[in-house]
Design a protein around this ligand. Structure first.
Ligand code: SAM
Length: 177
């Protein structure tokens, strides 16, 4: 099971990028996201996507990241902090896959508190250049699932997309779970 913890969210500036972090979390195999600052708009938006396109995917904002991290550890999960200063993703992801434990992926915004490097079991670098939390999360989940996220089935949504060579083919889902 994968979950994401988004820290340093600034509702005034980061709405779009944090929404993208949540969308990528949902699509690439995570089951939930916690966001440190309260942001009802993002919650509504992601719940809307989940009710249209399916889940399971949970979102909660306005949480204490320290508490989320401590609870996660207490339940026996691993914490992986994504940072350009960390260790190569391929090695770290292989180790995490072998551990066969739940993994909490932590991504930052502008500045990341020093402590997070300490509480993390893994500090994971997707290359050692600065880029984006969205890209870092997508690549890490791709590695952790060995690309299997693409086969994930979503349930309970009202819409289903049928792949089309041109245009959009969206149908109403037959089964409501
Ligand atoms: N300057 C910030 C810091 O103190 O680390 C990073 C800002 S960066 C725009 C936002 C987030 O993207 C980071 O906290 C990290 O989670 C992620 N990120 C950016 N580049 C990364 C990389 N090369 N590897 C892993 N994660 C990265």
């Amino acid at each position: 099971l994968f979950a994401v913890l988004r820290i340093g969210h600034r509702p005034a500036r980061d709405k779009r990028i944090t929404t993208h972090v949540a969308l990528v979390a949902r699509t690439f195999g995570a089951e939930r996201i916690w966001i440190d600052e309260a942001d009802e708009k993002i919650e509504e938006n992601i719940r809307g996507v989940t009710s249209r396109f399916g889940g399971p995917f949970a979102i909660e904002s306005g949480v204490s990241w320290k508490k989320v991290a401590a609870d996660w550890k207490e339940k026996g999960g691993l914490i992986a902090h994504l940072t350009m200063y960390g260790m190569p993703a391929d090695e770290s992801c292989a180790e995490m896959r072998d551990a066969k434990k739940d993994i909490l992926l932590v991504v930052g915004a502008e500045k990341v508190p020093r402590e997070i490097y300490e509480i993390a079991d893994f500090n994971v670098a997707v290359g050692n250049q600065p880029h984006s939390e969205v890209a870092a999360l997508a690549i890490t989940l791709d590695r952790l699932t060995s690309g299997e996220w693409i086969n994930r089935r979503f349930h309970g949504g009202s819409l289903e997309i049928i792949p089309a060579e041109r245009g959009k083919n969206v149908i109403a889902s037959e089964v409501q779970e």
